[in-house]
Write a new protein. Structure first.
Length: 266
């Protein structure tokens, strides 16, 4: 049913777009001020209606420092100045609730990064299921059990998974663990009844392509929701980048000091 994904990076890797490499490989001494700025506009899901009173919060994934911009004005505009050069996770607080992002932003020294964002609320069923998993992650070292393997086909490397609680989505990073099993992988495809789906909810059975042999009874644990660690544990939706200055970074960032062996590591 699934084609095997090739060339996936190691556990909690960062996949950077080519334009961001300038930031990571800047010539030493070329910049004297190691700070940059972020400006942008926040819209409703239609990408046109400005959101007033929203607060963008930025977290430097290296230092952990958190910065908050002043609330957006009547145009949905915000500005955050004097950010230290680095890679940032972000979230947005609004009068309607909090929105996590699945993306990262690179801030360059002496540059102003420009982005436009659209806020997409979760459907009610998705929101409650995501919150259930994320709350437990905060209490259990960044992992939350979401289901178990009920069948495994060694020829196709497909496993049937029963979702016990919460939700399992495309791009989640999971750990499959049992008596003889212990590996991490990204969820790149899910299927139900021969059809591809984006997510599986509690009570559903579905197929997942696994990187190594698994056994019935192995637990499936969420490590990262949608690749990037959540900014808020009770999100009501996702903040999506709809336009930017080419410095948007996508991928998975390290959320634990553990160094497990990844099935994808070359």
């Amino acid at each position: 049913m699934f084609e095997k994904k090739q060339g996936v990076g190691s556990f909690c890797r960062a996949v950077l777009v080519l334009s961001a490499l300038v930031f990571l490989t800047a010539t030493p001494g070329a910049q004297t001020i190691e700070r940059g700025h972020l400006i942008g506009t926040i819209f409703d899901r239609d990408g046109k209606t400005p959101i007033v009173g929203a607060v963008v919060r930025m977290k430097n994934i290296t230092t952990g420092a958190v910065f908050a911009a002043p609330s957006t004005d009547g145009r949905g505009f915000f500005r955050l100045e004097n950010l230290s050069k680095g890679i940032y996770q972000f979230g947005i607080t609004t009068p309607q609730g909090d929105f996590n992002s699945n993306e990262l932003i690179g801030i360059l020294a002496n540059e102003t990064t420009k982005i436009s964002l659209a806020l997409n609320p979760y459907e009610a069923a998705v929101q409650s299921a995501v919150q259930e998993v994320l709350r437990e992650q905060a209490d259990k070292e960044g992992e939350s059990r979401v289901g178990r393997i009920v069948r495994f086909n060694p020829a196709s490397k497909e496993a049937e998974v029963f979702i016990e609680r919460g939700v399992l989505q495309i791009d989640d990073r999971v750990r499959v663990k049992g008596i003889q099993t212990n590996f991490y992988q990204d969820v790149d495809k899910l299927g139900v009844g021969g059809e591809a789906v984006k997510r599986l909810f509690a009570g559903q059975n579905g197929l997942i392509k696994v990187a190594r042999d698994a056994e019935p009874g192995d637990g499936v644990y969420i490590v990262c929701k949608k690749g990037v660690p959540p900014f808020f544990l009770t999100p009501c939706g996702i903040a999506s980048v709809i336009a930017g200055s080419g410095l948007i970074l996508a991928g998975v960032v390290e959320i634990t000091e553990k160094t497990p062996v990844s099935p994808f590591k070359k």
